[in-house]
Design a protein around this ligand. Structure first.
Ligand code: HEM
Length: 495
């Protein structure tokens, strides 16, 4: 009997290997860590350190390297030219792993969708992020920033505090107002309660946990875990939140559209939700109400994790580099003096501050790796990349490469002086990704971060008990400090 089971099992394995022979054959031509190195890393690494260890292991391969985890084949791409080639290729813009993990909550929003669905969504969403659209959101950006600056006043001359918590709450409130028109600071609608930054933090937390544990990759196993039940609870909270939002916000939008039809005068859209409803009314099949719900979750989350980390790390960098902080402040004062009334055209003039943000995103990009799914095999240099594999595209590798940067491990905003940029490899820097899946909100993110940092610097001197050389970083989905993001504030206002 045992013999029979063994024969059956070997036959299944042989069949599987035979039917997958092309993928296996091509993968063996791609360099990669040995099986023992991989097993060693998987067995000996604590789950929370697996990203860092993988980075060390795959980083040894200058161009590309393959890694098998069970039946899943990953090809990590490290060099700037190949990354550029892949990211700008429309035929390589599809996403599967690990974006599938996010679908449970976000559905098929812009970040997770692929193919025609993504093309249609992107076309509809692009106008919400043009410079003109950002100018339309600017008064809300400043209103929320002013509230935040005032709240930070309670920290002046106090002990060190974790700045990320404050920034998360602020950016969540601000985003909710701009995307759906809920103002947590001034209203007391029952809508705001569940969709706080804590909820988003939890969603990202469970996503990261699943990513770190390859035993949880297959859906049929993950659905048996406690983490899955927790994710479902978060999904239910999000769904309840959305149905209240719809009930409160949809009728006035429909009224407005009716009014426009009667008067023939188009009123301005105040929120992204309004614009989406308008698109839905015009093209109900292309953008369904379900799509709108998914898009809203996607935009709130996409803003939260990236902008929060970028501004937190920028504050940390300025706090640990006093001379750079003073230089950024001098520039701000030369443009607006001490005035708290910073216009969007003032923001465009903060060139050095922008260099500080760019340098922050070089060291700490919002995503360390991004992935793409390969549907049809293709050539990359001397290799053939097989179909049905996941490309793991390293944003961080070219960002930290000695080949491209004068001081790769230091915080050195001068990397972004025009003369340095013109001499550098054109594909060495892409914190917002490139090509058809590049970030939709680069302009929005820069305007918001520059305004926020300028207002912080105008009001407070940032210091930190830690030196830059003492900071330790953890590389997960993004890069953060292991010891937290502790800063102190002193008022700059003359008494
Ligand atoms: C410092 C801030 C930000 C950084 C560093 C950043 C970075 C990125 C990166 C690397 C991607 C590509 C992801 C991938 O290919 O898997 C991306 C895509 C995206 N980002 Fe951002 N992002 C930032 C801010 C924002 C904000 C504020 C929003 C929205 C309010 C946003 C919305 C999106 C969306 C919707 C996509 C998907 C685009 C598509 O696939 O067509 N991002 N972002």
């Amino acid at each position: 009997m045992l013999d029979l089971i063994l024969v059956a099992w070997l036959s299944i394995c042989a069949f599987y290997l035979w039917s997958d022979r092309r993928r296996i054959y091509l993968s063996f031509k791609i360099p990669g860590p040995t099986i023992s190195e991989t097993v060693n890393m998987l067995i000996n690494t604590k789950l929370e350190d697996i990203y860092q260890e993988a980075l060390n292991l795959y980083g040894k391969f200058p161009k590309i390297c393959k890694i098998w985890t069970g039946p899943k084949l990953f090809v990590v791409v490290n060099d700037a030219d190949n990354l550029h080639k892949i990211l700008t290729s429309p035929s390589l813009s599809n996403k599967k792993f690990p974006y599938d993990f996010l679908r449970t909550i976000y559905g098929d929003g812009l970040i997770t969708s692929s193919g025609l669905k993504h093309t249609i969504q992107r076309k509809q969403a692009d106008p919400m992020f043009t410079l003109k659209a950002v100018e339309g959101y600017y008064s809300k950006l400043t209103k929320h920033t002013n509230v935040f600056i005032e709240k930070m006043g309670s920290k002046v001359d106090g002990p060190s505090f974790e700045v990320m918590d404050y920034l998360s709450e602020h950016l969540c409130n601000q985003t909710l107002d701009i995307i759906v028109g809920i103002d947590n600071n001034f209203e007391n609608v029952q809508l705001e309660a569940p969709f706080t930054y804590e909820l988003i933090k939890q969603i990202v937390h469970y996503f990261a946990l699943r990513l770190q544990n390859f035993l949880h990759y297959p859906d049929f196993i993950y659905k048996l875990t406690k983490n899955y039940s927790e994710v479902i609870k978060l999904k239910e909270i999000s769904n309840r939140w959305y149905s209240v939002l719809r009930k409160e916000k949809l009728p006035p939008i429909l009224e407005k559209l009716k009014r426009e039809k009667l008067t023939g005068v188009e009123e301005e859209d105040e929120t992204m939700y309004e614009r989406m409803i308008r698109n839905h009314m015009a093209y109900p099949k292309q953008l369904t109400e379900k799509d709108i719900e998914h898009q809203i979750y996607t935009l709130i989350a996409a803003n939260q994790d990236t902008t929060v980390i970028a501004t937190t790390m920028a504050v940390m960098m300025l706090g640990t580099h006093p001379k750079i902080q003073e230089k950024a402040l001098n520039e701000i004062q030369s443009v607006v003096g001490d005035s708290s009334d910073i216009t969007i055209s003032d923001v465009h003039k903060f060139i050095y501050l922008e260099m500080c943000i760019k340098e922050t995103l070089r060291l700490f990009p919002g995503a360390v790796y991004i992935t793409r799914y390969v549907q049809t095999e293709f050539n990359l240099d001397e290799w053939v990349i097989p179909a049905d594999c996941t490309l793991v595209l390293s944003i961080i590798k070219p960002h930290l490469s000695e080949e491209h940067w004068e001081k790769p491990k230091e915080f050195y905003p001068e990397h972004f002086l025009p003369e340095a940029t013109s001499k550098r490899h054109p594909n060495a820097y892409f914190p917002f990704s490139l090509g058809p899946r590049r970030c939709i909100a680069t302009t929005y993110a820069f305007v918001n971060m520059k305004l926020l940092l300028a207002r912080i610097l105008q009001n407070y001197l940032i210091t930190s008990d830690l030196k830059f050389s003492e900071l330790k970083f953890q590389y997960r989905i993004s890069v953060t400090c292991t010891s937290g993001h502790m800063i102190k504030l002193t008022s700059r206002k003359r008494q």
